[in-house]
Design a protein around this ligand. Structure first.
Ligand SMILES: Cc1cc2nc3c(=O)[nH]c(=O)nc-3n(C[C@H](O)[C@H](O)[C@H](O)COP(=O)(O)O)c2cc1C
Length: 220
């Protein structure tokens, strides 16, 4: 197992000194990784509400920043599809797609526009959405249902080391496809992935605050 001192190396900027000598798949002509995981063609997708038609989230940014804080107890109430659509758009919404979906520009920044994340949702109390597990398709702005009508709260709680998810309306889980960033940055990718994730989560905090919802990050 690596020591604390060894792990600190990951934080240092001097890794960039090795940039010219790194083997990078992008430079070696390897194909561009997909910007989004695929899903079965026959899947029944669930429409989300397009950002242009959202009527919520009008709070000034300065106010949302001022109010932002972590909340660890929840009412057990529901949110609407419009609210969920807004939160998904704020965290991974897609502004533009290039080169047949190889490159996407989203509502959050990402080193080299690599956007290495996939968003999974454990929906507990979302109006018009069956309880269960979904994957967000940011490019289509739709949800891909993975497991519905199942109670996953115990599994989610176990996965978060027993934290307070039982009364939550929805749990966002970001997974990473490291190769999207490694393809361009090789060994330098992993710090950038960690930096990228903070931007996504902060947008979720601010978007929640702007519509009066409580949120807490959980690092696992
Ligand atoms: C990466 C990250 C991981 C976190 N993990 C947890 C966690 O597992 N459990 C928890 O209760 N809070 C967690 N938090 C919330 C922090 O404890 C919280 O941001 C901090 O105490 C400051 O409080 P504030 O967010 O209200 O300003 C996490 C925050 C971040 C950014």
């Amino acid at each position: 197992m690596a020591s604390i001192k060894q792990n600190r190396e990951f934080l240092k900027a001097n890794l960039w000194e090795a940039w010219d000598s790194l083997q990078l798949d992008q430079c070696d002509g390897f194909p561009h990784p997909n910007a989004q995981k695929t899903y079965p063609k026959e899947a029944s997708l669930i429409d989300l509400i397009p950002e242009e038609t959202l009527t919520i989230g009008q709070m000034p940014v300065i106010e949302a920043i001022r109010r932002r804080k972590s909340q660890r107890s929840y009412t057990g109430g529901s949110i609407s599809i419009e609210e969920l659509s807004y939160l998904l758009w704020a965290t991974q919404g897609v502004h533009r797609v290039y080169r047949g979906a190889e490159i996407v520009i989203r509502t959050v920044p990402s080193a080299g526009a690599r956007h290495p994340f996939e968003t999974y949702l454990f929906a507990n109390h979302v109006e018009d959405l069956k309880t269960g597990l979904y994957r967000d398709l940011g490019i289509e702005h739709k949800l891909y249902p993975l497991e519905t009508n199942v109670d996953l709260v115990d599994d989610v709680q176990e996965g978060t080391n027993g934290q307070y998810v039982q009364d939550s309306t929805v749990v966002f889980v970001w997974t990473v496809i490291p190769y999207r960033t490694e393809w361009r940055y090789g060994l330098l990718a992993h710090k950038m992935i960690a930096q990228d994730s903070g931007h996504v989560c902060q947008n979720l905090y601010l978007a929640c605050e702007s519509i009066g919802l409580g949120i807490c990050a959980i690092g696992v």
